[in-house]
Ligand binder design. Structure first.
Ligand code: GUN
Length: 299
């Protein structure tokens, strides 16, 4: 049976470190880290994520500023809010929850965020720093940073000699994840919807990271015996043997059968999910330290 990687526990270690760093910063400089979260429209799943982020920010001792904008918000209004938050010295981190309603273009909104406050790590400056191997002066995108911490729990910091395959090539996850694995010396393959013989590409992987957004797509016979499998998917599916319309969360892998083959595996829920929020808190406290020229904590 695979070792189950407890994302909740690792996330709790990270947020405990964030809280300590927050106390120290307040003592030394009287600065309280401030996180502004912007959400546009009424998507219930997005509102649930934003609520969780605001709650955790308060638990870490931050000032939490939530801006809930109506669905009809224009591109200009959204970019004006971002400009105000950039100029606000009590705000150290800005996150615009994605996806935005269809009439809004996310790319110029993300570009409008000051890179130093881009705690999502999505600005082209931060994405470029990861791409050039500079992991220390920018802000690293939260979900790949969190998934990478889980990989390091199993394999340590140096992935020399290990094959890592990432399925998915999004800017939000797949690309930065592949770059972080590469920076840790793994031999990296990025697979996607146009990849031929996906199962055999996956079978080469010592570390298999799956972010496809399709419930239980990856099967046990795609997985090398003893591999580490990181499941980034969060899919709500109906419980099949019930007429009640009840649903449950599943990842992108067939968890039960892969747990028989893998060496280590992340569950859904309780794997990568909690890490995303923890790394957002880590990025925010790092941004606050940098804003006053203090040496930042490491996570
Ligand atoms: N929507 C789903 N995941 C994320 C994320 O990590 N950041 C933002 N901004 N929106 C998201």
């Amino acid at each position: 049976m695979a070792q189950v990687i407890d994302g909740k526990q690792v996330a709790a270690c990270v947020t405990a470190g964030v809280s300590e760093a927050t106390v120290a910063l307040k003592l030394q400089t009287h600065v309280t880290p401030g996180l502004a979260v912007v959400i546009v429209g009424n998507d219930p799943a997005s509102h649930a994520y934003v609520k969780a982020k605001s709650k955790m920010a308060k638990q870490c001792g931050f000032n939490s500023f939530q801006h809930s904008l109506p669905r009809e918000t224009t591109q200009d209004q959204l970019e004006e809010l971002v400009a105000r938050l950039n100029a606000d010295s009590t705000v150290h981190g800005i996150l615009v929850q994605l996806p935005l309603p269809k009439h809004l273009d996310a790319e110029p909104v993300i570009s409008a965020i000051s890179p130093a406050k881009d705690v999502d790590g999505l600005h082209i400056v931060n994405a470029g720093k990861i791409a050039t191997g500079d992991l220390s002066t920018g802000l690293v995108s939260c979900t790949p940073a969190g998934a990478m911490l889980l990989v390091k729990r199993i394999h340590g910091k140096d992935l020399s000699g290990l094959n890592a395959t990432v399925i998915g090539r999004s800017n939000l996850f797949g690309k930065p994840m592949a770059l972080l694995l590469l920076a840790a010396n793994a031999t990296v393959t990025v697979a996607h919807s146009k990849t031929k013989n996906l199962a055999s590409v996956c079978r080469d992987a010592d570390i298999l990271v799956v972010a496809v957004g399709r419930p239980q797509m990856v099967k046990a016979d795609w997985v090398k015996r003893g591999a580490t499998v990181i499941d980034v998917g969060i899919n709500r599916v109906l419980v099949s043997d019930s007429d009640s319309g009840k649903s449950r969360l599943v990842g992108d892998i067939c968890y039960d059968e892969i747990a028989q083959v893998a060496g280590a595996i992340t569950p859904v829920p309780g794997g990568v999910g909690p890490m995303t929020i923890a790394m957002l808190m880590a990025n925010t406290v790092i941004a606050a330290y940098r804003s006053v020229g203090e040496v930042e904590p490491k996570f």
